[in-house]
Design a protein around this ligand. Structure first.
Ligand SMILES: NC(=O)c1ccc[n+]([C@@H]2O[C@H](COP(=O)([O-])OP(=O)(O)OC[C@H]3O[C@@H](n4cnc5c(N)ncnc54)[C@H](O)[C@@H]3O)[C@@H](O)[C@H]2O)c1
Ligand SMILES: [Zn+2]
Length: 363
């Protein structure tokens, strides 16, 4: 097991445990001074496989946990489901020291996290991420929330967990497409902060990962460390450091929105977005153009796209990018690589450079 600390302002913080068996969570909650009642939130595919072992461990440690199962998928990440969770909280007799345990991918984590942030004005939250994406990204850093019909993650709160507990053995049932989505975020960490990650991903593939849990643990811990460091520097996303985690995301979110979240997974969309960002930086002389083929080869190796599969209306992509939370006063702003392991925010570039990049990625 590896432990990664998240050190926040004014002595606050928590630990991320990488390679921590679900059955052991219960007895590791003793130091937190929690009530006996607790609510485990999960979605159906995850609950069916992994809730029993987690619940057993909680009961053995003296807890009386209730289980709330929500529908799986982004479509369920809304206020209606949260309302149901509040009612489950009432039924489970949660009090202000009762833990909410999120067992699942980012959808469950974001939603259970938001419920924990708001029910009784805030309950202790434990994240047990079960997808690669949620392990390396969404379970760390305290962003919680739900979607509105008008857009993703429009309602939310910053609510840091008390503990992040990652049992890597659950990844054995993760579908390959979900693996790839997580790998896209791992590539992002490699590009913005840790070129060793890129070197490792160039040597292995999914079949190797399935045989070598030590390598998975290494890559998850490295990624978690980067996310933890960035979050510690910029907890509420106001100082600029956290923005670096958005490499590929301005393009990627636009691709997801224009295709109505149906054609590309998040990881596929940001893979195209990272290529676009690298190409833009290459055109501007910020990032060496010779680096772009390396990034593309790595993404292809992992089955991730470097350009859109079918042309998309440029007008719509530009409109979606202009609505991005990171666009200021109508100016486009992208995080771009500077060299392997370093990125920066770029808003000063000619429109013609952006147009050429969009053509190159098929938009
Ligand atoms: N809070 C943040 O900082 C942050 C960061 C990135 C993404 N997100 C959010 O995360 C969400 C995406 O998360 P995700 O990619 O984990 O998707 P997800 O939660 O929808 O999980 C993907 C699918 O995998 C299944 N699954 C989960 N674990 C499994 C396992 N071990 N074995 C088999 N199947 C399993 C789930 O049931 C689901 O069908 C989005 O809503 C996104 O907005 C949040
Ligand atoms: Zn992302």
């Amino acid at each position: 097991m590896k432990t990664v600390p998240v050190k926040l302002f004014a002595g606050r913080g928590y630990f991320i445990k990488v390679g921590a068996p679900l059955r052991d969570l219960g007895r590791n909650l003793r130091p937190f001074g929690l009530s006996r009642t607790a609510l485990v939130v999960s979605d159906r595919p995850v609950a069916r496989r992994y809730a029993p072992v987690l619940l057993r461990g909680l009961r053995q440690a003296g807890f009386r946990p209730a289980l709330a199962v929500v529908p799986s998928g982004e479509a369920a990440k809304n206020l209606d489901t949260v309302r149901r969770l509040y009612r489950e909280g009432v039924t489970a007799r949660l009090d202000r020291k009762s833990a909410v345990v999120a067992l699942g991918g980012g959808v469950v984590g974001d939603m259970a996290g938001f419920m924990a942030a708001t029910y009784l004005r805030g309950l202790p939250l434990i994240q047990c991420p079960t997808t690669l994406l949620s392990m390396v990204d969404s379970s760390i850093g305290g962003k919680t929330g739900v979607d509105l019909p008008e857009g993703k993650n429009l309602v939310g709160a910053f609510w840091q967990p008390k503990l992040v507990w990652m049992d890597l053995s659950v990844l054995k049932t993760l579908p390959p497409r979900e693996w790839r989505t997580g790998i896209a975020e791992v590539v992002k960490y490699g590009v913005i902060a840790d070129p060793d990650i890129l070197a490792l991903l160039e040597k292995v593939d999914l079949a190797v990962f399935r045989r070598r849990p030590d390598l998975v643990e290494d890559i998850v811990a490295r990624s978690a460390r980067i996310k933890a460091r960035v979050v510690a520097q910029d907890e509420n996303d106001t100082r600029g450091q956290r923005e670096m985690l958005n490499l590929g995301h301005t393009f990627g979110h636009a691709i997801e929105a224009v295709t109505r979240y149906g054609r590309y997974t998040h990881g596929e969309a940001i893979a195209v977005g990272m290529c676009a960002a690298a190409r833009l930086a290459g055109r501007m002389g910020i990032f060496s153009k010779e680096n772009v083929p390396r990034l593309e080869a790595l993404l292809k190796r992992w089955g991730l796209p470097c350009r859109v599969r079918r042309p998309l209306p440029r007008r719509k992509i530009l409109a979606a990018m202009a609505r991005d939370k990171k666009a200021y006063a109508g100016r486009f702003r992208f995080v771009v690589p500077v060299r392997w392991g370093e990125a920066k925010s770029l808003s000063d570039f000619p429109r013609s450079a952006l147009d050429k990049v969009l053509t190159e990625i098929g938009i």
